[in-house]
Ligand binder design. Structure first.
Ligand code: ARG
Length: 462
């Protein structure tokens, strides 16, 4: 019989018992549940609500249950207990008797589950932050190892201007550093303790909510008991942070898929991060990049699902809220695996500098610089743009590149061109000239790289 069965005359049938149960999902909260109960019992004793002997028996009993869960001796059954809170409390009372039956004094599963879930969200956010730093370091290492490599920068997926490969990698490092901040913000949102809100209205016992909050490592108790048991914004924040980071990974992985194709050949993935085909012996597929790209869909789905569950819910606790955990766990699990997989894939890929350089020579990547050359000699930029447009047309007609034009070809379009125009066609010089803060110039990228390294070091787990 359930712990709440006093006013019932019939037991639940096996189907509704299973349908209503959250144990298969929330058993992952066992450590948080035991921590919350231990802190609650110690506070009850300090406030004189239960005896210190009872609190000691509860703490010892819970420690034994924790050890038995972790060694695999204790396995809970969904037909016996609907959730992890009931499962642990029933087991405790079976082991220590009345002291166990006093644990739930001044508490409800409503504040209990909210406390467990917040502790869990804080833990997962921290783990994700660490995994985020590891991926940033892999990208930074590739940027550093291939610092001078030039590839075509694209807009509209058309050749635009040459950029440093390191600059391209560091763009992803910037995205991921923002994701780190979003995860940290989600962790802060979870960092407030609902325990002591009881079912919805607080309790008649003289609980010290500040004591339990601080014993559990929360920075504060939640100031409103109704809000404490019904707020799941912190999970939305966590899943949102996961979703945005997954979107960033999907963009990175899309480029990895493109770059590892025969058409680009910019990178070669290691065998460990590639798969073969069951029919085509020659194939080497970027499956893992594709999978990471694809998994972003399910994580965004987790976010939308919880938003819809929360929509229109009246105060305070409603059983709908039991649907909150599965998607949040999935989002955190998925992002953590994606970070790990992406870090390994990036760390072990080979950068094909020659293939990148060969492409960077195509597509008139110097055109903007040739126009700037004229503009710096006094021709209004719009006019310069037209002149270079005509030069590009000439190249198209002759099937050549700007590099192949003679000084006379240039001078035919404008007498401002002099012999030094050829210097404008040199890719490293074009890159170096973009020396503005945040630009792809070597010095600007070098300082960006140093800053990214310093920030990653500062974000290291201590
Ligand atoms: N398993 C429940 C959940 O995850 C715990 C809270 C149940 N509270 C209640 N009043 N039925 O939300």
């Amino acid at each position: 019989m359930a712990l709440w069965s006093g006013r019932f005359t019939e037991g639940a049938d096996a189907f509704t018992q299973r349908f209503g149960a959250s144990l298969p999902v929330d058993q992952r909260l066992y450590a948080e549940d035991i921590a919350g109960s231990t802190a609650h019992a110690a506070m009850l004793a300090d406030q004189g609500v239960i005896s210190q002997d009872d609190a000691a028996a509860i703490a010892e009993g819970l420690a034994g249950i924790k050890a038995d869960i972790e060694s695999g001796v204790l396995i809970f059954d969904v037909q016996q207990s609907e959730d992890i809170h009931m499962a642990i409390e029933s087991e405790l009372t079976a082991r220590i008797g009345d002291a166990g039956a006093r644990l739930h004094t001044g508490r409800s599963r409503n504040d209990q589950v909210a406390t467990d879930t917040r502790l869990y969200a804080k833990r997962r956010a921290s783990e994700l932050m660490d995994a985020n730093v590891a991926l940033r370091e892999a990208l930074i290492a590739q940027a550093e190892a291939n610092f001078e490599v030039i590839l075509p920068g694209y807009t509209h997926l058309q050749h635009a201007q040459p950029v440093l490969f390191s600059h391209h990698m560091l763009a992803y490092v910037q995205m991921l550093a923002r994701d780190y901040d979003r995860l940290a913000a989600a962790r802060d949102a979870a960092d407030a303790c609902p325990l002591g809100a009881a079912a919805l209205a607080g309790t008649t016992y003289p609980l010290d909510r500040f004591a339990t909050a601080s014993a559990l490592g929360f920075s504060r108790p939640i100031p409103n008991s109704l809000d404490a048991v019904s707020d799941r914004d912190f999970l939305l924040d966590l899943i949102y942070a996961c979703s945005v980071s997954c979107l960033h990974l999907s963009r990175l992985c899309e480029e990895i898929v493109l770059w590892s194709s025969a058409e680009f050949g910019f990178i070669t993935l290691s065998d460990a991060y590639s798969t073969g085909s069951s029919i085509m012996p020659q194939k080497k597929n970027p499956d893992f990049a594709e999978l990471i790209r694809g998994k972003s869909g399910r994580v965004v789905g987790d976010l939308v699902a919880l938003m819809m569950t929360l929509k229109s819910l009246p105060l305070a606790y409603n059983k709908d809220l039991q649907e909150d955990k599965e998607g949040a766990m999935d989002a955190a699990d998925t992002l953590k695996d994606c970070y790990r997989c992406a870090a390994g894939m990036i760390a072990t890929m080979t950068v094909n500098a020659d293939a990148m350089a060969a492409q960077a020579k195509k597509g008139y990547l110097a055109a903007t610089d040739v126009a700037d050359y004229l503009a710096k000699k006094g021709l209004p930029f719009r006019r310069a743009h037209e002149v270079v447009g005509r030069l590009v047309l000439k190249c198209e007609q002759q099937g050549c590149d700007l590099e192949d034009l003679t000084p006379a070809d240039f001078q035919a379009e404008s007498d401002l061109f002099e012999a030094d125009i050829v210097e404008c066609l040199n890719l490293p010089a074009i890159v170096a000239a973009r020396a503005t803060y945040g630009g792809t110039g070597h010095d600007a990228v070098r300082s960006q790289l140093e800053n990214a390294k310093a920030l990653a070091a500062q974000h290291q787990p201590r």
